[in-house]
Design a protein around this ligand. Structure first.
Ligand code: HAM
Length: 422
């Protein structure tokens, strides 16, 4: 019986991978430009990292994690996001003793048990970064500039940057009282989740997906209107820098983010093209997380770009990256001796960096030529006893059939013709 990929997961085939690699290359290249180094993280962590990191009362931790016990009875979880693991790695590897800011980027597959729909999968990918050790707003504004540069390099237009501030723990504590006062008369009508959120984590009330509760959330007082002077000054400076760098934004006081670790400025990039899940990228400051996970008090911020959603958006905007493939040569052979010669030639050309292939499935000459025409090779040549005896062959450009005589001993000459596209 045929078994398909698990729900919410998918295969990425080579023709698509080329575009994925191009997007990843632009992301990594831009991160390097801003002096970020790549962090590679384990696929699973101790469950507690996410419970303490992302927050016990978030949907991610309560409903969406792939958690299992290993054979020794440890509770482990497939990473549902990258930040908590990055913070764990930052602490565990003593990175707090490196010169600040410590700048890390990552390309990860992640796992969340979600309702599958367009732009929302159970295994998905993020291009993300985290920067540690800088409290002033400049680094924060810089990560938004980095993201904008990625969008510009990809040719992405009309994505809307939305900013909000969630305040620090102190200002949030005062606001929480105001929020609870507002919700009190509505409490009995709220969904069960919200009833427990009311005590455990009132800010999450604003993030409820139930229609009735969303209507109540719509009129709720907002954190942004209750920021203290310091939080507000921090936020205003981020805005000032973005304006100075010509990065447009709107203030969206309703952003709460789905993870608990944020403080002060948070942001999302949204678009109408990626289904109901319009958020392509989310990020913010999380000044308390390093300490909450057992490290010293180190301010930090970061973002993660959903790779599938980014690529849906690119598709909707008609952006098809064109990863340049090196032109290569298919060497057809007439008989066994020519096949030996062709294989040797292909091996040598590849050693020198030119893509090359010979017959690997015992095709007739006609079938070999048909295959070459359909393949990604830009050139072909046919080898038989005459060519081998004379050390000469005809190099054929498949796009238009034009031909050049080449000396089979002159590998450099053959490669130069191919590289020049002649
Ligand atoms: P997040 O908002 O949960 O933030 O996810 C970031 C992005 O990942 C989303 O904007 C979306 O594009 C993508 N994403 C999330 N869930 C799915 C899914 N089920 N299917 C497809 N794409 C999805 C975080 O994960 C934070 N760690 C971001 C961050 C880094 N904050 C600070 N540093």
């Amino acid at each position: 019986m045929k078994i398909n990929a698990a729900k919410g997961t998918r295969d990425i085939l080579p023709e698509e991978t080329a575009i994925w690699q191009e997007v990843e290359r632009i992301f990594a290249d831009t991160c390097e430009l801003f002096q970020y180094g790549e962090l590679r993280l384990p696929t699973f962590e101790h469950t507690e990292i996410f419970q303490r990191g992302v927050g016990d009362t978030t949907d991610i931790v309560q409903k969406e994690m792939y958690t299992f016990d290993d054979k020794a009875g440890r509770s482990l979880t497939l990473r549902p996001e990258g930040t908590a693991g990055a913070v764990r790695a930052f602490i565990e590897n003593g990175m707090a003793s490196r010169p600040f800011p410590v700048k890390l980027y990552y390309i990860l597959n992640l796992f969340r048990y979600e309702n599958v729909q367009k732009g929302r999968y159970r295994e998905f990918h993020q291009l993300g970064l985290e920067a540690f050790g800088s409290a002033p707003p400049e680094l924060y504004a810089e990560i938004i500039a980095l993201l904008q540069q990625i969008f510009d390099r990809l040719g992405l237009k009309n994505t809307s940057l939305r900013l909000n501030s969630l305040g620090t723990a102190d200002s949030r504590a005062d606001y929480t009282l105001v929020l609870k006062d507002y919700y009190k008369p509505h409490l009995s009508g709220l969904c069960r989740d919200c009833q427990s959120r009311y005590e455990a984590n009132p800010l999450r009330l604003l993030d409820c997906k139930v229609e009735h509760d969303q209507a109540i959330a719509a009129d709720a007082p907002l954190m942004f209107d209750h920021l203290n002077a310091e939080d507000r000054a921090h936020f205003d400076r981020v805005c000032e820098l973005l304006e100075a760098w010509d990065i447009s934004y709107v203030i969206d006081k309703r952003i709460v983010r789905g993870l608990d670790y944020y403080s002060r400025t948070v942001f999302e990039f949204v678009s109408d093209n990626v289904g109901t899940q319009g958020t392509i990228c989310g990020g913010g400051r999380y000044d308390g997380l390093v300490q909450a996970l057992g490290g010293s008090s180190v301010p930090a911020c970061g973002f993660a770009l959903g790779q599938e959603r980014l690529m849906l958006e690119m598709q909707a905007q008609g952006i098809v990256p064109d990863p340049k493939k090196k032109p290569g040569l298919y060497i057809a052979s007439l008989d066994k001796a020519a096949l030996d010669y062709a294989s040797d030639l292909a091996i040598q050309l590849r050693r020198q960096g030119t893509p090359a292939a010979f017959d690997l499935v015992g095709r007739s000459l006609k079938a070999q030529m048909k295959y070459a025409g359909k393949s990604a090779y830009a050139y072909s040549m046919v080898l038989g006893s005459d060519e081998i005896a004379a050390n000469k062959a005809r190099l054929r450009r498949l796009s238009d059939g034009s031909e050049n005589d080449v000396d089979l001993n002159d590998l450099d000459g053959i490669q130069a013709l191919i590289a020049r596209g002649e």
